[in-house]
Design a binder for this molecule. Sequence first.
Ligand SMILES: [Zn+2]
Ligand SMILES: [Zn+2]
Length: 281
Amino acid sequence: MDAKKRRESSGLMDLHIHTNASDGEPTVDEVLEMAKAKGLSIVAITDHYDPFAAGYGSQSGNVFDDKALEKQLQWRDQLPDDDDSLTVSIGIERGPIPVRLAIPSIQPDFVIASVHYITSKIPVERGQLFDERYWRAYMGEALRVVSGPQVDVVGHIAGYLPMGGMLFPGSTFEERREMEREIDSRFFSRQWYEDVFRAALANKTAIELHCATRTPRIDMVETGLEMGVRFSVGSDAHNAERVGNVAWAYDLIQSLGAGRQALWHPTAHADADLRSAGTRR
Ligand SMILES: [Zn+2]
Ligand SMILES: [Zn+2]
């Protein structure tokens, strides 16, 4: 099966990818190339756009702003029309505070809002990872983001948790995921997830299936599906190799018996087929 056929039959989406315009490694062209190689039907570039946290996501020294967004939009609009089976979407990933997108002609197709930090000032100490007050504040913050303005997708609600100030240096990626699972099981109650899902339904917000951290946990995804929540699939790739690493989400959705209609996708610039499926911008 050639790449195009594979795309048409698979309908795979990866809606969360970073480039070298923020803290990722690949160029937009490298992302596109990999998206084609992996047979994706929709690929979305979603660089960090967060003027309230200048240091966040700018390890590369690149701070993403309107100019950078405009450049990506122009790049996308100038792509040759030779491959209509791959839709390229340009989103942004903001933090917990909405950002000012003041120029009408420079608007992302969609916004991922992620609680990369909590806005209430709660002192944290190294080694104090299981501070109930802090995680209650996080849960409140996430709930506000889900139901607030300027959000199409809430990113990694139970992964990449804001625990930087509490960790000793030197933990591995897997160790941090282990800590997150512990935080999740201690504090993130079913009640909270249900509140988040209800708010998501009321505000037509999608919840992300975050493939890099394999969150939210399976039983909560199942609950969300039962409640009618739509989920957005994202690898959160920061390098080209990880673009399209979305098997976890698709396997999960399938194993829970849910159809593709449970998956959210950006409608702007999507092909007619997808547009007629009728989702919200
Ligand atoms: Zn993020
Ligand atoms: Zn991200």
